[in-house]
Write a protein that binds this ligand. Structure first.
Ligand code: LHQ
Length: 258
C-alpha cells in the first residue's frame, strides 16, 4: 500500500501523504516511505522542485496515536530518531526547493514537518495546531527550532504551550506561512508555484537554501563569508550565464538547473 504517493510532472515531484481515513497521521511505514521518496527525489535529476501535500480532508494529524498505544506499540525511542528527525533533516538538506501545500489541518508532527519546508502555502480552511502539550508531550520535529524563528519567541511559546488552533489566514498574518489561498484556488495556485520553482535556477535555489540554513546559527561575520563562498558557486553555474545573457538580450531565460 502506498502511504505516500509520488507523481512527477513538469520537473515537480508531488508527494502526497496517503492515509486519508486517519487524517494522514504518521505510522512507521508512512514515515519510512516518505524518507525513501525524499531520497529518490534527491537523486533524480529530472526533479527540480518538490511539493508535499496530503490526500483527503487533512494535511497530517501528526503521529498515529493508535500506533503508540495499541498492541506492540512502536517505542518512543524510535519515533523521533528514526521517523521524524530524518524527515526534517532530509527536507532541510535536499538541494531542491520543497513547497508544502497544506490542504487541511496540520497537527503535531504534521504541523512541524510543514513548517520546516522552504515555502509553506495553505488552503483557507487549513489550520495549524501544536497539539503536543494537549497529550502531555513536547513539540518536536524541529518545531522548537523553526516556530520561534518564524513568528517570534513569545507567540511561539504561547502557541506551543496552549495548543491553539491557528487558521491559515492568521498563519499568513503572523509570518508562519507564506500565503493562503481560497479553497477553490488552492490546488492550482500550489501547482503554479511548484512549477515556477522547477523552472528557476535550481542550483541558485539550493545555494540560497544552504545560506538560509546556515543563517539560523551563524554569527554575522561568518555568514558574510558563507554568502561569499556560496555566491562564488552560483556564479559558476550554467544558469547564471543564461540568466545574465537573457537579461542583456531582453528575453525570457531558460534555466536548466545546472
Ligand atoms: C487520528 C489522529 C491521530 C490517529 C486524527 N492518530 N488517528 C512524537 C513522539 C512520540 C509519540 C507521539 O507523537 C509524537 C509526535 C506527534 O505528532 S504528537 C501529536 C499527535 N497528534 C495529535 O495529538 C492530534 C490528534 N488529532 C486531533 O487533535 C484531531 O483529530 C484534529 C485536530 C487533527 C482534527 O480534528 P477533527 O477535524 O475534529 O477530526 P477527528 O478528530 O474527528 O479525526 C478524524 C479521524 O482521524 C478520526 O477517525 P475516526 O475513525 O474516529 O473518524 C480520528 O481518530 C483520526 N485521527 N488524528 N493523530
Amino acid at each position: 500500500m502506498e502511504l505516500v504517493t509520488l507523481t512527477i510532472e513538469k520537473n515537480v515531484a508531488y508527494l502526497a501523504l496517503n492515509r486519508p481515513e486517519k487524517f494522514n497521521a504518521f505510522n512507521r511505514n508512512m514515515a519510512l516511505q516518505l524518507q525513501g521518496i525524499l531520497d529518490q527525489c534527491a537523486q533524480d535529476e529530472s526533479v527540480r522542485a518538490l511539493c508535499l501535500t496530503g490526500n483527503g480532508k487533512a494535511f497530517c494529524a501528526g503521529q498515529d496515536l493508535g500506533e503508540v498505544t495499541g498492541e506492540n506499540p512502536v517505542g518512543f525511542e524510535k519515533i523521533l530518531s528514526e521517523h521524524y528527525n530524518p524527515i526534517v533533516q532530509k527536507i532541510r538538506s535536499i538541494e531542491k526547493p520543497v513547497l508544502c501545500a497544506v490542504n487541511g489541518v496540520a497537527a503535531g508532527a504534521g504541523a512541524n514537518i510543514a513548517l520546516c519546508c522552504d515555502i509553506v502555502v495553505a488552503s483557507e480552511s487549513a489550520s495549524f495546531i501544536q497539539a503536543f502539550t494537549k497529550i502531555g508531550l513536547i513539540p518536536d520535529s524541529g518545531g522548537t527550532h523553526f516556530l520561534p524563528r518564524l513568528i517570534g519567541f513569545q507567540k511561539a511559546s504561547a502557541l506551543m504551550m496552549l495548543g491553539d488552533k491557528v487558521s491559515a489566514m492568521e498563519a499568513e498574518r503572523i509570518g508562519m506561512i507564506y500565503k493562503y489561498f481560497a479553497d477553490a484556488d488552492f490546488q492550482d495556485a500550489a501547482k503554479q508555484l511548484a512549477t515556477q520553482l522547477a523552472e528557476m535556477p535550481t542550483r541558485a535555489l539550493a545555494l540560497t537554501k544552504k545560506a538560509l540554513n546556515a543563517s539560523m546559527h551563524t554569527p554575522f561575520e561568518e555568514q558574510l563569508q558563507n554568502e561569499d563562498r556560496l555566491q562564488y558557486q552560483a556564479a559558476h553555474t550554467e544558469d547564471y550565464q543564461e540568466g545574465v545573457a537573457a537579461f542583456m538580450e531582453k528575453r525570457k531565460p531558460v534555466f536548466k538547473g545546472r
